[in-house]
Write a protein that binds this ligand. Structure first.
Ligand SMILES: Nc1ncnc2c1ncn2[C@@H]1O[C@H](COP(=O)(O)OP(=O)(O)OP(=O)(O)O)[C@@H](O)[C@H]1O
Ligand SMILES: [Mg+2]
Length: 247
């Protein structure tokens, strides 16, 4: 499975809640190439967040194998897990999860500080990302003085401060209006090539998935199908292809 940024092979994830056993993922196999932008779509409860959490090492599969950049996550020691979460993966969630009493700049620098890497290099990178994301005039502001779109753009900068090769996002525009949402997706897609990023993003929005190279559809914890996003696609066409796979 080498050469892939992400490779899942026959992944299964079961949860036990009370006496009930929930099969959140079953028989999921999926590969993502370096530099690819893949959107994961599917109905509520289809296993999208579970899939993302497993790739971020926030949780472990019940069975199956997950490789990130050719490394088998199942073989990682505790120390390798910490190193992986710090350096290999950036995360963005629907809730922006910013620290309220820190400025934009300090929020962006937080992962570097936690990793003991608050060097001049990192400050320069933070400032570059802040500028790139249109937040230069907001660098000293606290999150409560920012719009939702600005908060989520701060979260992008924070996710990218350690220069991870992989960015994982779970419904990152779920709390944004359509203008901010559109800006988020186009910034992300512009930065993809610049930063040599591989992106896996969960979204409900066909307009957002249009920015991706490929859409993978989950249904009841399984891959229902996938399709490449064509340049000629519009949101309606994409939604129709998605709906065909969820039936
Ligand atoms: N910690 C948990 N304990 C028990 N069941 C869980 C847990 N996390 C998820 N599940 C169950 O696993 C299934 C998949 O959940 P998941 O959160 O991955 O879905 P999702 O596709 O992200 O849904 P949504 O679009 O609503 O966010 C659901 O049936 C959910 O109830
Ligand atoms: Mg979810």
């Amino acid at each position: 499975m080498s050469g892939y940024a992400i490779a899942l092979n026959d992944v299964e994830k079961n949860y036990t809640s009370g006496r009930r056993n929930v099969q959140a993922l079953s028989g999921v196999s999926l590969t993502v190439k370096p530099g690819e932008f893949v959107a994961i779509m599917g109905a509520s409860g289809s296993g999208k967040s579970t899939l993302l959490h497993l790739c971020a090492l926030l949780d472990r599969p019940t069975a199956g194998r997950i490789e990130i950049a050719g490394r088998d996550l199942g073989q990682f020691s505790e120390r390798q897990c910490v190193e992986f979460r710090r350096h290999q993966v950036g995360l963005i969630f629907q809730q922006f999860n910013l620290i309220p009493n820190l400025s934009v700049l300090d929020n962006v620098l937080l992962p570097a500080r936690l990793a003991g890497a608050r060097s001049e290099d990192k400050v320069a990178r933070a400032k570059h990302l802040i500028e790139r994301l249109g937040l230069l005039t907001r660098a000293d502001h606290r999150p409560d003085a920012l719009s939702g779109g600005e908060q989520q753009r701060t979260a992008i900068a924070r996710a990218l401060i350690m220069a991870p090769p992989l960015l994982l996002a779970d419904e990152p525009t779920g709390n944004l209006d359509s203008a901010n949402s559109q800006q988020f997706w186009s910034l992300l897609s512009d930065m993809l090539g610049e930063l040599a990023l591989t992106v896996l993003v969960v979204t409900h929005e066909p307009a957002a998935a249009l920015e991706a190279h490929r859409v993978v559809v989950l249904r009841d914890g399984k891959v229902a199908g996938e399709f490449d996003v064509e340049d000629s696609d519009d949101a309606g066409k994409l939604a129709a292809r998605y709906q065909r796979l969820t039936r």
